[in-house]
Design a protein around this ligand. Structure first.
Ligand code: NAD
Ligand code: ZN
Ligand code: ZN
Length: 344
């Protein structure tokens, strides 16, 4: 079968022909309906995360059950499912709470999950090690639902933790309206009575943000002007939540200017920006966090929201064979919403 392979740091992905896997005891084979093209893959291909090549990319996956390994019950061939991405040990305290994203045994486990060190979903079929990692999609089409498993789950996890602070009269600023950011705006809209400001350096993305429910949009190409404009909107209270879906130096420098007292500064983007912490470097009471992905139960909740039409991923589908080109498009900011690779 055709698969998009990570072949080493500093090299573009390559399409290779690899054998179709067979599920062993407890495993499930998924026929892929779509695999989301996440910006994290660009970091994986350009920076050294310690992943050993080769493996199949794609950590944002959905499809249909194709074959059940020995002993697997509760699923049947043809069921539409999303694949939960961060694969933990399944036994520790965090995993038992469904938070495999914070598995205590992560250092002993090979890879982070399918597409991140292990074979992922940019292929015709994908092997999933356990049925516990599959969430039923009902009638959601897999290619449209694939981004729910990361582009929506990651901001959902971050926003859910922030909800007690996001009461009426507060402001949330979402920086970066790409795959994650376009879901974050919808999630905030659906979950909290908060005023939403979206910031991006690309006006097309800001137009998109408006359509998805942002109350105000600000181009932050010039940090000081953008900060002033946002401060005018928030007033002296500042932002209750700054959700940085980019994480580069420029967005960290912007974010810190927007925080109010007792606020949340949540950095999801892996852009490598820094902040020099000391008393006075953020307003009093600021909580800073760097959340990672989300829990299995949160994925169930995200899928429930999508099934009820409260959120949707804006998906552009591309054939698997165009993977390298789609990654270049993502890198140069030409993807609005999420690109999803679909096997032919
Ligand atoms: P994307 O490429 O789809 O979107 C990035 C957006 O940021 C684009 O709209 C782009 O115009 C905008 N942008 C770029 N530079 C900017 C700047 N200086 N100021 C404002 N906006 C800017 O990316 P994505 O797939 O949404 O991923 C976003 C980030 O989140 C990546 O770094 C990715 O690796 C990371 N990520 C983290 C987690 C996690 O669990 N922490 C999970 C998934 C993705
Ligand atoms: Zn991702
Ligand atoms: Zn665990």
């Amino acid at each position: 079968m055709q698969a998009v392979r990570f072949v080493g740091v500093g090299r573009p992905p390559e399409i290779h022909d690899i054998p179709k896997p067979t599920p062993g005891p407890g495993q499930v084979l998924i026929k892929i309906g779509g695999a989301g093209v996440c910006h994290s893959d660009l970091h994986v291909m350009e920076e050294d995360f310690g992943f050993v090549p080769p493996f199949t990319l794609g950590h944002e996956n959905a499809g249909w059950v194709a074959e059940l390994g020995q002993g697997v019950t509760g699923l049947k061939e043809g069921d539409a499912v999303a694949v939960y991405g961060p694969w933990g040990c399944g036994r520790c305290h965090a995993c038992q709470l469904s938070m495999e994203n914070y598995c205590e045994n992560w250092a002993q486990i090979e890879g982070f999950g399918g597409g991140l060190g292990l074979d992922g979903g940019m292929a015709e079929y994908m092997l999933v090690p356990s049925a516990r990692l599959l969430v039923p999609l009902g009638d959601l089409p897999p290619a449209k639902a694939a981004p729910l498993s990361d582009a929506a789950l990651t901001p959902y996890h971050a926003i859910k933790r922030a909800l007690p602070n996001l009461h009426a009269g507060t402001t949330a600023v979402v920086i970066g309206v790409g795959g994650l950011g376009h879901m974050a705006i919808q999630l905030l809209r659906a979950l909290a009575p908060v005023h939403i400001i979206a910031a991006d350096i690309d006006d097309t993305k800001l137009e998109h943000a408006k359509k998805l429910g942002a109350d105000d949009v600000v181009n932050n190409r010039h940090i000081d002007e953008a900060a002033e404009r946002i401060q005018e909107i928030t007033g002296p209270r500042g932002a209750a939540l700054v959700l940085d879906c980019v994480g580069v130096q420029a967005t960290m420098d912007l974010g810190v200017k927007l925080l109010g007292r007792n606020s949340l500064w949540t950095i999801v983007g892996l852009g490598g920006g820094r902040h020099d912490f000391r008393h006075g470097s953020t307003p009093y009471g600021t909580s800073v966090s760097i959340p990672y992905w989300g829990s299995r139960i949160e994925l169930m909740e995200v899928i429930a929201m999508a099934r009820e039409g409260r959120i949707h991923a804006d998906v552009t589908e591309y054939p698997l064979s165009q993977a390298a080109d789609v990654y270049s498009k993502l890198k140069s900011g030409q993807i609005t919403g999420r690109a999803v690779l679909v096997p032919q």
